[in-house]
Design a protein around this ligand. Sequence first.
Ligand code: R5P
Length: 285
Amino acid sequence: MKVLGGSASPLLSQRLAKELGAPLGKVETKHFPDGECYVRIHDDLEREDVVLVQSTRTDADIIELLLLQDAVHESRIRSLITAVPYFGYARQDKLFNKGESISSRAVIRALQAHTDALLMVDVHNLLVLTYFDIPVENISGMLQIANHLKEAGAEMVLSPDEGSISRARIVAQNVGASVDYLEKTRIDGSTVKIATKVLDVSRKRVAIVDDIIATGGTIFEAAKQLKAQGAREIIAACTHGLYAAGALQKLEQVCDHIVSTDTIECETSAISIAPELAKAIQNYK
Ligand code: R5P
């Protein structure tokens, strides 16, 4: 087996290779002056089971992944598993208005054409799994998040909305903490409203758990409310720390600790998803 990592996931691919006890291949990625991507794999992949890791946060990441899949298939490999730890476009998973694209489905159609199986982590909505014609698995990052929060001494776990309560429940059970949820209404892409709800948070270390932090608006509003109700400490934890411009600074005003997994490699990604990915890959064999 060989592990290859795209430029969006260098650390995670290295950690995954270590977990699997497999060598990490050498991948070269660069951009031509006009912006076009170029990739080259400097390894012999003949008769190998290949694992290719690349989160697709940007459009450039998607193109790079498609080129890497193509480059892998230049060799007579045995199999290819594509791991897309953060799958972008997951939030446009259906038609919200006539005339739109189902963006998730469009990206999946391109990616699945060149791989035997695909792995994702905490995909925003399980509906996107129905767009696949090949084996696909959605891996949960919640156990790894729970381990971190247990260590940090979280006493209560909160979901910012009712829709994400199942994730928060898994975390709470594994931390041994209580769980509750807030009532969020999204006004637009960058504005959310969280209804006032009396919670048993006084003097507690509370963890707010979400799949994605993008603008930070959701966690910011939730944390403000918890602080106003007397919470002692707020930990914001998510799988995918996207942090649109200024989001992290905004969150630092109301949160004591911000943590995410390495599906997006950034300054808060202290939790690794590599053990869970490795388990899924080993089961697939
Ligand atoms: C939405 O349903 C997701 O679970 C997240 O709550 C959302 O993507 C967070 O976005 P933001 O950080 O922009 O509020």
